[in-house]
Ligand binder design. Structure first.
Ligand SMILES: [Fe+2]
Length: 386
């Protein structure tokens, strides 16, 4: 029996409309009154950051807003945010946004407490002690960052997405309000939703999986796979939006107690080189990596096919896995995700380098089937052709 543990340090509160209670809920996890609100221009534009901000003000908080977060967030912006949070003497960081915002907020909490450069914390268990507490309000159903202990930030000098994994980065509070996603545009709903699905699939298939992460990963797949096309097609469908939100939180807990695998390794490589949105990148590689991995573990992939609701009862595991690969590719095209060759910046001359970046990703050893640079290169070429 392998060694594993389960520790969810984040208090999770769920309700439609909970955003308006941000102030009182944040007041339950800090005795301080200075809140540093991290967001991005899109979320601010949608009015979500201001709603959280006025709830904080009503609860007696002094609020400072930092909205300089870009997709595929950068170390330099986090370092500037850390300095601002220091000057403001923040008692709590409140993140309102998607994965880029929440990951940046984790880095800002760390940098406010211990200073930079951010690259000095790359890796696992590198945080010297407690950091400024963090409350996270996800506004996409995808990242799971509100319940994870990791931040993925681009090291701008190396053009490399570095991972910082430490339990001290886990938010104190995750405020889950599916209403924040009701007006999310189709493209973002699709790409972030695919990210959530990939979290669940990789958590279930990776070498670090355990019975606790398995239960949450399968439950997440059951919610996300049928809900995603509906959430994209009918943004106002509350049931689909609620299922996506809860599924993405479950998937986040699952992968933070297991790991991700080769899909994320490839996605992070192209994200750092081309700035490809994370969910789009994941979606592009999901079918090919699933086909590659299913050969090593058809049983688990057949179980995923069943969790997706596919008719696989009377099939051999290999056949069910093949159907899964087909349906994942169909889902991706149905919800409008481009293919690798559709991405403007992609140049096959970069594939060697992308394969190298994927191989050195810290999650490569977790992939359920041994994978090296050569295999990554084959997958890249395969995806480019299809
Ligand atoms: Fe992800």
């Amino acid at each position: 029996m392998k060694k594993y543990g389960f520790n969810l340090p984040t208090r999770i509160e769920v309700a439609a409309g909970l955003l308006k209670d941000t102030g009182p809920l944040v007041g339950e996890v800090t005795s301080g009154k200075r809140a540093f609100l991290v967001t991005d221009p899109g979320v601010k534009e949608a009015g979500l950051a201001d709603r959280a901000g006025s709830s904080l003000a009503d609860a007696g908080f002094d609020c400072s807003i930092f909205d300089n977060v870009k997709p595929n967030p950068r170390d330099t912006d986090c370092e500037a945010g850390g300095e601002e949070a220091r000057r403001f003497k923040a008692d709590i960081i409140v993140a309102v946004g998607g994965g880029s915002v929440i990951d940046s907020a984790k880095a800002i909490a760390l940098l406010q407490t211990y200073g930079g450069p951010l690259v000095s914390y790359e890796g696992r268990g590198t945080v010297p002690g407690p950091v400024t507490p963090l409350a996270a309000v996800p506004t996409t159903a995808g990242t799971g960052s509100e319940v994870t202990r990791s931040a993925v930030i681009t090291d701008t000098k190396r053009r490399f997405k570095m991972g910082i994994k430490d339990v001290r980065l886990a938010p104190e509070l995750a405020l889950i309000d599916p209403e924040t996603t009701y007006k999310l545009p189709q493209g973002l709903t699709a790409s972030t939703g695919m990210d959530a699905l990939v979290h669940a699939i990789e958590a279930y298939t990776c070498r670090a999986a355990n019975p606790f992460s398995d239960a949450l990963a399968l439950a997440a797949i059951e919610k996300i796979f049928p809900a995603l096309p509906t959430a994209v097609r009918e943004g106002g469908n509350k049931q689909a939006r609620d299922d996506m939100m809860i599924g993405s939180v479950m998937a986040g807990i699952a992968f933070s107690h297991a790991d991700v695998g080769a899909v994320h390794c490839l996605a992070e490589a192209i994200g750092s080189l081309y700035d490809t949105p994370h969910g789009v990148a994941n979606s592009i590689f999901l079918p090919s990596v699933t086909a590659f991995n299913a050969e090593a573990d058809p049983q688990r992939h057949a179980r995923i096919a069943a969790a997706c609701g596919l008719e696989v009862k009377n099939m051999e595991a290999e056949e069910a896995s093949r159907l899964l690969v087909e349906k994942l590719a169909e889902l991706s095209s149905e919800i409008g995700i481009p293919t690798l060759s559709n991405l403007e910046q992609v140049n096959p001359k970069d594939f060697e380098h992308l394969a190298e970046l994927s191989e050195i990703n810290g999650s490569t050893p977790s992939n359920c089937r041994f994978i090296d640079k050569e295999a990554y290169l084959n997958i890249l070429q395969d995806c480019y052709k299809s």
